[in-house]
Design a protein around this ligand. Sequence first.
Ligand SMILES: [Zn+2]
Length: 415
Amino acid sequence: MNGNDIISLGLGLEEPWKITGQTLNTDTAPHELRITLSSDRGSIFPCPECGALCKAHDFKEMTWRHLNFFQHHCYITAPVPRVNCKDHGVKRIKVPWARKGSKFTLLFEQAALMLVREMPVLAASRIMQIPDKKLWRIVSHYVSESLDKIDLSNVKAIGLDETASKRRHNYVTVFIDLNKKAKPVIFATPGKGKETICRFKKFLQHHGGKAAHILEVVCDMSKSFLAGVKEHFEKATVTIDWFHIVQTFTKAVNKVRLLESKKTSLPKATRWATLKNAESSLSKDEQKALAELERMDFFTGVAWRAKERLRWVRQAETVQAAKWRLSNFLLRMSYERLERSPVLQPLVEAVETIIRHRPAIEARWESNHSNARLEGLNSLFQAARARARGYRNPATFISMIYLIASPVGDMIKST
Ligand SMILES: [Zn+2]
């Protein structure tokens, strides 16, 4: 086996293609290994549509970037014919070493995708020595090709949440299959409103799923999500994700603390003490702060107590217990006379949120699905953001979410 044979094998060359030239261009930095391929005169090629063997009509010289040869960039050049098929007319043939429209060989693209699954695209683009923009184009091609084949015919319960591709910018809504433990993402789309739910429904139907089969939707308390679910998934029970309720109260505690600190000085360590749970390890200062908040009846103490009582609701083991604890929680809130000061207004709003969404909050005790699912998405979003750093917009962010958290990643691996 000589050097040409080895390269032919690596490229998957088959008749009538063969290597007819190699030059190393040392005028460029890095140096370029240029490999020329050609076919014998009079060779026949399959029509890209039907496979019928046809004579070449004309040729066009095309070049692809191939895997680096040690430290040298490597390019492959070949005159690619168009054939004149009697059924399909004049068509450019498919070459065995690259996909249509790509300026890279299949081996180059596979190597690039292998890296992208393990590291940020920017880092992979440096190793492959191509601009990250070009690498993103390869990634998004394979992601959308695999996504086309995704099968959603068994989806019955979904969770959805929105996140920003950058801080407070360019929202993306992500849908997960609640029955899938690993790689649960099935759809991601720009925006965070009702229209994202409409888009998901279309995607679902296009991939074998049915809106009427969706019996459960877990989401946050956003009006537009709730309205969208009601309109497009009539059969679904809506469950509010507990994580979002905790978040609502954590924010309320914080707002009350800020408002109150403008009026009076709060005990030292109040901020961290009120962010933690009662059972977590508190420093001496934090314990003192909580005791003083209680003893002196600070508004911040009221808000903190509400947050802690809510955790007690969460620990209910049956739906009956949960309903009773929730009633008890609301009764206690009414004893607190929250209307006595505008400082407590953030807490009033948090409690009203609970009242407004009570059935959807209680639904979590009847749900078969772990409610930690949406919370788990946050670390996924963070990972996707990190991988897309340097060239991040909703499109690249979405590609990365699919690549690391949907079945698409494995589908690409097996191509
Ligand atoms: Zn044909």
